[in-house]
Design a protein around this ligand. Sequence first.
Ligand code: SF4
Length: 499
Amino acid sequence: MAEADVITKNRKFKELGFYDNQENNVYFLLPMRFARLNQEKEVLVNEVGDHLVVREGTFQKIVQRELNKEDDPDLFGDLVANHFISESRIPPLIDVLATRYRTKKAFLNNFTMLHIFVMSLRCEHTCHYCQVSRVTQDKDKFDMSRDHIDKGIDMMLQSPSPHVTMEFQGGEALLAFDNIKYAVERVHLLAGLRNKSVTFVICTNLALVNEEILLYCKEHEILISSSLDGPAFIHNSNRTRPGRNSYELAIKGIELSKRILGPSRVSALMTTTNLSLDYPIEIVEEYYKQGFRNMFLRPISPYGFAVRNERKNKYETDRFLEFYKKALGRILEYNLAGEFFTEDYATIILRKMLTPFPVGYVDLNSPTGCITNVIAFNYDGSIFASDESRMLAEMKDFTFQLGHLDTHSYEEVFYSKRALEIVSTGINESLPGCSDCAFQPYCGADPIQNHATQGDMYGYRPTSSFCQKNMEIIRYLIELMDKDKAIAKIFESWVKSRS
Ligand code: SF4
């Protein structure tokens, strides 16, 4: 490039008086960011996540002090009331704003709540996207020992949180049901002594579930989290097992679980594979048919065996977004016809947008939810920053291993240099690209996904699938609410149902 072609942009700060606002003493700016929604509209977002959809060009007018109270009293009033600008140097309600900021971050108050116990790596399924599947009878090698269960419970009960969740995972956790019973009974003995309440969850494909297991779950108030990828032709293709009857067993198991435990104690998760991408409507309708009135539209996690099977699983984020919008559209149709049916990912984001409450969803937290919200004890006693980190370890990447139950104390795990490094790279307020992104209060940071897909924990937003997905879903939700008041009302009802 010739030297003359190089355009140097001058972005020097203006004189102090410009910011001091002495000359035109009209209004003061408060911290805010903006993003273009479409050709006509842009959205302003303040530090606590309040948003205002305005005409394109408004942000520029605001910062250039071209906004006039007399010319546009409604807009001016909205901007003052929602803490985008202030008529005095220190806004009279600054303490309220500070309290609201603290409230939004209150998910940090109690530190780690979710404790994942990988009870067994064994599984009778061989799902092609599974990170950890092991078809083996070798209990000794691939089941968590009782010694490690004891040590994991001891570490869990040291959490500062008065309420913790113990989630049993696999492989297929029900292959180690005797050990689950042992763990539940040990927690019952010890939790009261440490003033803890404990929620139990078993994650299972339900192939092995029976009445006896479910009656035990009912007695001990254990929740069931299962998997349903869609109609039989999708589910059975994604989730392979001898007999090719994963779908039939899952449906039978869901029905039995709902009958014995009650519908609200049974949930299902779907994973979007390449095959799923062509069937958004069919997948939503399958959930509806099975009596679910919520679902979570999840892309595949870029870990473990999932990324080894590229042909089936490595699709572009654009294709997932197209799938997501079609599926969300079908869910909204049910709502517009008078049904109450929610999409969980949208609901989490909407709760961040439309309520003052904290949202402790691991993947959309800043600071990152790994370690601060979740910890995983692997079947062999190794301790990881999250479930995804132990999946990375299955690929021989031990970057997020924090220690081992045999050798490390609570302090050595949670206050280690490694833990500090992981959490400090997971703060989107200070990450390049995120720090000036309008959607920052609704989004999160995921150092583990950054590391797995981009080679370092900080990540690079322009090519990040995590960023692309969140940015477009957040933009789309705001646009939908702005365009259609009926949809805005539906979204409000989703948020209220979780409040
Ligand atoms: S990841 Fe992307 S969408 Fe999320 S805050 Fe960062 S830049 Fe914004």
